[in-house]
Design a protein around this ligand. Structure first.
Ligand SMILES: Nc1ncnc2c1ncn2[C@@H]1O[C@H](COP(=O)(O)OP(=O)(O)OP(=O)(O)O)[C@@H](O)[C@H]1O
Length: 234
């Protein structure tokens, strides 16, 4: 099977401008593949570089060397060298990112916030509205909240809206940065189930999960980021 994501020799150091340009090595020579239907969990202690690596793959941080190859239909895109416009197209059609925080425009109702993400990801209007309702229902978000903007929701409610938003479209690659951080056990189980469905549908997932049970349930494999920590290798 051909991988949907391949990292080859990816290295990144941050330049700390407020500290006289000191370089902080984060990861060095990262290499792994993710096949369709696999969930690769990034492991390692706090500060190992897990979130940074996810942001590098999504194109938020530019790596200093290496290749990040994402299969986009018939084409292979290298995020490390792609034009910003190409990365934006990749995000729309191919690669989703779910962080633990919801960032939305004010005054738009919750169901519309979720449905809009579905339409952006290629779903028709009716299908997006239907899936938005299904996901919000599965994630136990009471229907009386669906027309309200999520700005005033609790942390866990906002996180569930964010998950619905991140999972509604059928994107082939998903990056999950602690999507279950403020959820209770029942809702964590719902998210585990949704992730399993994505895997069954052939989605390639790279995720960070601090909850041990969630990690065990969803991981096809754990990649320990300390293997690539430049500081420990020095
Ligand atoms: N934008 C940045 N500028 C400078 N240093 C950064 C930046 N982002 C992350 N770092 C540093 O890179 C290192 C790795 O951080 P990162 O957030 O990737 O770790 P993590 O493994 O995800 O940790 P946690 O499990 O606590 O979220 C840390 O030492 C952090 O201070």
């Amino acid at each position: 099977m051909t991988p949907l994501v391949s990292l080859e020799g990816v290295s990144k150091a941050f330049t700390l401008h407020l500290r006289g340009g000191t370089m902080l090595d984060v990861v060095r020579d990262v290499g792994f593949d993710v096949l369709p239907g696999e969930c690769v969990v990034l492991g390692g202690p706090s500060g190992a570089g897990k979130s940074s690596l996810l942001k590098i793959i999504y194109g938020n941080y530019r790596c200093d060397s290496g290749r990040i190859l994402i299969r986009d239909g018939e084409e292979i895109v290298d995020v490390a060298s792609a034009e910003p416009r190409r990365i934006l197209a990749l995000r729309k059609n191919t690669m989703g990112y779910v962080s633990q925080f919801l960032r939305v425009i004010p005054r738009v109702g919750t169901r519309e916030v979720v449905a809009a993400a579905g339409r952006e990801g290629g779903l028709g209007r009716d299908e997006a509205a239907r899936r938005a309702g299904e996901l919000l229902d599965a994630l136990n978000l009471p229907e009386r909240l669906w027309d309200l903007p999520p700005a005033t929701f609790s942390g866990g409610e906002q996180q569930r809206v964010n998950i619905a938003r991140g999972l509604i479209a059928d994107l082939p690659v998903l990056l999950l940065d602690e999507p279950t951080a403020s959820l209770d056990a029942a809702n964590r189980a719902v998210v585990v189930d949704l992730i399993e469905k994505k895997k069954d549908a052939g989605t390639a997932i790279i995720g960070i999960f601090h909850d041990e049970d969630v990690r065990r349930s969803v991981a096809s494999r754990v990649v320990d980021v300390t293997r690539f920590t430049a500081r420990s290798a020095a």
